[in-house]
Ligand binder design. Structure first.
Ligand SMILES: [Zn+2]
Length: 303
């Protein structure tokens, strides 16, 4: 006996004003972080895993129905039976991620989404159209998230496209960035195709937009595509480009500090490197949004 779909939907609609129905899930404003739009997916079809299992794409909170019900002050329901074995939850989360990956595979050919169009839509977050076109930006409609995205191809050192990163064009925070499917991000640096060789100095940052903004402002920069994607392969790529000076500039939050330490240790004795630290008292500051004053401090630091 399992908790039923209608009960869960009814409960969620009582507590959440902004919900969105999908075939197998209902998206709600996440109660586990300061969410502004529906980022938390709650499974409702029960086809593959338990009804009420949730996963937030923004803060990565996840769990089963009782935890969500408690957080929202809702009833757990009399039909709820805890899943057994105990790892049912983590299997369910893996399944949610795998489903997303499968759907993405159908939409992508050669690492770019089917039906992508040239970028002819002006500037994007302060970067002018001319620069975006030079980087290879395109536009497409993401029908899963029902939004247009700007998409950037990610190239390897031989100039071949090995992946892509796409940003939503609206202000919604549900899946803001979307990577092409596959494990390619573990080995890629972005935008490698804008770098000169040999590369005297480069600022290593977390996110693709951070790197784009710095490059646009004349500071050579590469993104590791997220703190979890730093790898020995990326280090080899930097060595191959004969980087003389690496400036490590991760975000000021906890994940950024962990990544900074890892990169600093891995490059010990391999590359000459320095750390540029963003103010920890405001972890929302990153190279993609930092003030022009801070940009100038970084520019001086890079030398
Ligand atoms: Zn959340």
């Amino acid at each position: 006996m399992e908790i039923d779909r209608d009960f869960v939907i009814d409960q969620l609609e009582r507590a959440c004003s902004d919900t969105k129905m999908y075939r197998n899930d209902i998206a709600i404003v996440c109660p586990f972080h300061a969410d502004t739009s529906p980022s938390c997916m709650v499974h409702i079809s029960g086809h593959k895993y338990a009804v009420g299992v949730y996963h937030c794409w923004s803060c990565h909170a996840s769990g089963s129905w009782p935890k969500l019900a408690e957080q929202l002050g809702l009833e757990v329901g009399t039909n709820y039976v805890p899943q057994n074995p105990f790892n049912a939850k983590s299997r369910a989360i893996k399944q949610i991620l795998k489903d997303g990956e499968e759907q993405a595979r159908e939409q992508f050919r050669e690492h770019m989404p089917v039906g992508n169009q040239p970028w002819e839509h002006g500037s994007f977050r302060g970067l002018p159209e001319e620069f975006l076109v030079k980087v290879g930006a395109r536009r497409y409609y993401d029908d899963k998230c029902e939004v247009h995205r700007i998409i950037f191809p990610v190239l390897n050192k031989n100039g071949l496209i090995i992946g892509s990163v796409a940003r939503r064009l609206d202000k919604n925070s549900f899946m803001p960035w979307l990577n092409a499917p596959g494990p390619w991000a573990r080995k890629a640096l972005f935008p490698l195709h804008l770098m000169e060789r040999p590369l005297d100095k480069v600022v290593l940052v977390e996110g693709p937009f951070d790197a784009l903004r710095l490059n646009y402002l004349g500071i050579p920069s590469l993104s590791i595509l997220g703190t979890s994607n730093w790898s020995s392969q990326k280090l080899s790529t930097l060595e191959g480009m004969r980087v003389k000076k690496l400036i490590i500039c991760m975000d000021g939050d906890a994940a950024g500090r962990v990544a900074e330490t890892k990169v600093f240790e891995d490059t010990d004795g391999v590359l000459k490197r320095k750390r540029f630290r963003l103010p920890i008292e405001n972890p929302s500051i990153d190279p993609g949004n930092m003030s022009e004053e801070l940009i100038e401090v970084l520019r001086d630091f890079v030398g």
